[in-house]
Structures are given as C-alpha cells and as structure tokens.
Design a binder for this molecule. Structure first.
Ligand code: NA7
Length: 485
C-alpha cells in the first residue's frame, strides 16, 4: 500500500508540469504546484521577444506522452509552445492544483518533513519537494556605463513590453547568443535599421526550418506513428549522438567533422572578406552553445543591418558610443545579454538537515548527485538542476529521463522502505570529482566564456555522452543513498 505523500512542486514550467502530471498518474493525490507567475509555461511564458523559436525540432520538444500533431513547422515559435503548455495544463487538469502568484521564499527541513513558506506569508507542509525552477530565468543586465541614460525604450529580451512597435525604428541589440541572433533575424526588414553589437563572434549551425502543410498535420493527427517517426528520425538521432560524442571528447573524429562543417559553412556564407573576419570566432566551434540559424549570415549582409564589433564605451541618451568614437543613433535598445544561469532554485532559501543552508553547500559551485539530489536535503529533488543540460537537446527529454529516476527514489519513501532518502556525501564527492575531470575535457571547457561555465570556469553541464546520461537515469543505485526510517 502506497503512502499518500504530500508533494510540493516549485514552478509550473515544462519540468514542474511534467512532475505534477507524472505524480498524479502514479496515483499520488496530494500534489500542489506553487508558481510565482500568473500562468504556466516558465521560460515560454517569460520570453516573448520578436522572432523567438525553439531550436530543438518541435516534435522532439514535446512531452513523449502528449504528442502534438498541430505544430506549424519543424521548429516551433515561442508563442505556439506556450499555447501547447497552456493546453496541457487544461487537458491534465493541472490548473486545479497550481497556485499561481505564489512565490516560494524558503523551504526548511525539520522533524516532520519540509515547511515551505511563500512571499505572502503562508506555510505549507510537504514530505517531498520537487524543485523545477528552471535554469535561464534571472536576466543578466550588462555592466555598461550610463546604461540608464538611454532616453528611448530599453529592455532585456526576457522582459519584452507588450506594447512595443519596432516597425520603422532604429533598433540596437546587444548580445549575439541564440536570443540576439533570433531577434536580429526577425527585426531585419521590420526595423528601419538594426545595429547588432557583438562582443564575441559565434559559430552558427544552419538548421533550416520549414512549415508543415495542412495535409501533413492531418496525417500526424490520423497516424501518430508519423510523429514518432519524426521523433526517431535516424538522421536526427544519429546527429544528436554524434554531437554529444563530439562535445564530450573534443579530440574526437566527430568533433573534427563538426568543426570542418561549420568552418566551411562560415567561409561560404559571408561574401565580404572584411565582414567575414569580424564574424570569425577565435575559439573552437561548439565551445559556446551553438547558434542554430539558416538565415543569420544572410541577414547580416543586408544594408539595413550593421554588425558592430568595436567595444561599447558607454550608452548615451541617443544610442551607444563605441570605443572607436562612433555614436550609434538608436530609438530602441534591446539587451539580449543572457541570464544568471547559476541560480537554479535560488534565491529560495533552502535549509536541509541541522539547518544547513543550500547557499553554503553551493558556495563554491552549485552541484548535485547526478544533477538531481543533495546529501542532507532529503526528499528534495531537482529537475534540470546543476550539471543537467545535456548538449543542445530537448530539455523535455532530459526532464522525462530524470523523472524516471526520481520516481524510483520517491517509491522508496511511498512504499515504506524509508521515510527519507538523500544521496551519501561519499557518492556525491566521488561523482563530482569524476564529473569535474570530465567537464574540463569537454568542448565547453576549451577556452571561451559561456553560460555553461560556473564561477570557477568549469562547465556545469553533463560531461559525458547522451547514452551515458540515458543509462544513468534508468535506475538509481540505492547504495549511493542514505535511506532513513
Ligand atoms: P547567452 O547565450 O548567454 O548570450 C548572451 C550574449 O550577450 C552574448 O553574446 C554575450 O557576449 C553578450 N553580452 C553579455 N554581456 C554583455 C556586455 N556587457 N556587453 C556586450 N555583450 C554582452 O544568452 P541568450 O539569451 O542569447 O541565450 C541563452 C540560451 O537560451 C541559449 O543558449 C539557448 O539555450 C536558449 P559574450 O559571448 O559573453 O562575449
């Protein structure tokens, strides 16, 4: 007989919704999701910038148990993905168990389990906490002198104003990660002039997008095996496997193949040799997360798009002054400058056994055993926690595999094998030392800056290949855990 445990899931984005759906499917009735925002969707609710799309193919960026024949194309726009999550929330009656506008400020472990406190001052007791608070969630504002003096609209890409109309405007975009590249591509031809401020050039992988026709969507509806065929397309599966092998072993033949392909694409795509040199990265391909775009190089060669590579000196009321003394006149300034990716569940104050603070445990770097659990924080599980992002794949797939693993830990508690479960210090220490050694050898650690690196410069990613991740998530090794009655 299963115990009816009390679950708190923090966050109603992709991962928190997954946890809630799975928990209820597994027969748990006491599941509450606490969400600080007004709606489900997490990163897709927060990011609404022009040109936003997911660079993981749509049918792969979909829950395995809820295929979506309606995707409009191979790559889905952000608004469509948000709609998918809203539809899922309805279909699985999640809105009944989600408390919106409810920000968790602390989780404290005690004799009776966990006490969760909200910003409004409510407390909720729980046996198990699932932290599904996302990774790219806290916008990073650039430290550029006089940023606040700009007189026109100025905003971070993740704080897109509903009312902004960029048609016919002179727009500056600072930052050329996936966000800046998508934005500039969409702005070209809409804005009067786009200035793209690039601090470091990027490697770009041409990933063509194409719409699905009504006929194709009808076929997906009638025959779900066709969707499975897209998800399991051998070319895509192989590409993903080759890519993770390349990332994990930067001296591999797969890496050499990827580098040669990207260098060829780059050299063939930019006609003007001077522009080509300004766009040529000085670090190895895939060291920063690859940008997927089949159109950016064409866009930057348009007369109404300027790549600005001179360092920014400061922002002025009318634009941006670069160190070469040029004043770039702008009416709108967009900061596509990324996120504080090292926060994870913080700033929520998490205190485990004996009052130990997660902030103290993570003082050097956020870490968790297999990216999921932490000694002295029993029955506390992270989805997409530190060390979790695997290559450039679908984080939905990552979270689903993590859930397979977490569900088995929870089952130890619900079936009465123990009251609390947490990994041992020994298991975590051994895992971390293996992980760090491997991470330093990945392409991410080959000498560039990126949001993958922790404060000590070590990639905080899964450092092995995809097959190793899939294997690790099939079943926990209970010898690595303390089971407390
Ligand atoms: P990223 O990938 O972290 O990119 C941030 C960009 O902003 C990057 O080009 C940075 O240049 C640039 N940046 C940051 N601070 C500054 C300052 N002060 N001056 C100039 N340029 C700056 O964030 P994104 O939002 O594009 O993408 C995040 C992820 O979302 C992406 O990888 C996908 O997983 C989805 P740098 O390279 O550091 O020189």
């Amino acid at each position: 007989m299963k115990k009816d445990l009390r679950f708190i899931v923090i966050g109603a984005g992709m991962a928190g919704m997954l946890a809630a759906i799975r928990l209820r499917a597994e027969g748990y009735r006491n599941v509450t999701v606490l969400e600080k925002g007004p709606q489900v969707g997490g990163t897709w609710r927060e990011n609404r910038y022009l040109g936003l799309y997911c660079d993981v193919p749509a049918h792969d960026y979909t829950y395995s148990f809820a295929p979506n024949p309606e995707w409009s194309g191979y790559l889905a726009p952000g608004a469509e993905i948000q709609q998918y999550f809203e539809d899922i929330a309805e279909r699985y009656a999640l809105t009944q168990i989600i408390r919106f506008h409810t920000e968790v400020v602390s989780c404290t472990h005690g004799i009776g389990g966990w006490t969760v406190c909200t910003r409004a001052g409510d407390t909720v007791e729980a046996d198990v906490i699932i932290a599904a608070t996302g990774v790219l969630h806290h916008p990073r504002m650039p430290e550029i002198p006089d940023l606040d003096t700009f007189e026109g609209p100025k905003f971070h890409s993740a704080r897109w104003p509903d009312t902004i109309d960029l048609a016919g405007q002179r727009v500056g975009v600072i930052g050329n990660g996936s966000t800046g590249v998508q934005l500039v591509t969409a702005l070209a031809g809409v804005a009067r002039q786009v200035s793209h401020f690039q601090r470091s050039p990027q490697w770009i992988m041409p990933l063509p997008n194409f719409p699905y026709t009504d006929k194709e969507r009808q076929a997906f509806r009638e025959n779900p095996a066709l969707i499975e065929a897209v998800r399991k397309d051998p070319n895509l599966v192989q590409a993903v496997h080759r890519f993770t092998t390349a990332i994990a072993n930067r001296d591999s033949a797969e890496m050499a193949e990827l580098e040669a392909f990207l260098a060829d694409y780059f050299n063939q795509s930019i006609a003007d040799p001077m522009l080509r040199e300004r766009l040529r990265p000085t670090y190895r391909a895939a060291c920063k997360r690859l940008i997927f775009s089949a159109t950016y190089y064409a866009v930057v060669q348009r007369p109404d798009v300027a790549i600005v590579t001179d360092r920014i000196d400061r922002v002025t009321p009318q634009g941006v002054l670069t160190c070469d003394g040029i004043q770039h006149e702008l009416e709108v300034l967009i900061l596509a400058t990324g996120f504080h990716a090292d926060r994870y569940v913080r700033p929520i104050a998490i205190r485990g056994r004996h009052g130990i603070a997660l902030d103290t445990v993570w003082a050097q770097r956020p870490h968790a055993y297999l990216a999921i659990s932490i000694p002295e924080f029993p029955n506390f599980f992270l989805l997409n926690g530190p060390g979790a992002p695997v290559g450039n794949f679908s984080l939905i797939d990552v979270a689903e595999r993590q859930w397979t693993y977490i569900a088995q830990l929870i089952a130890q508690v619900s079936t009465g094998a123990c009251r609390e479960i947490a990994p041992t210090q020994t298991a975590l220490a051994a895992y971390e030392s293996r992980r760090i050694a491997a991470a330093q050898q990945t392409i991410f650690g080959s000498g560039c800056t990126s949001w993958y690196l922790d404060a000590t410069g070590i990639p905080n990613t899964w450092p092995w290949d995809y097959a190793t991740f899939a294997q690790a998530m099939t079943a926990p090794n209970l010898e690595d855990f303390n089971l407390q009655s």
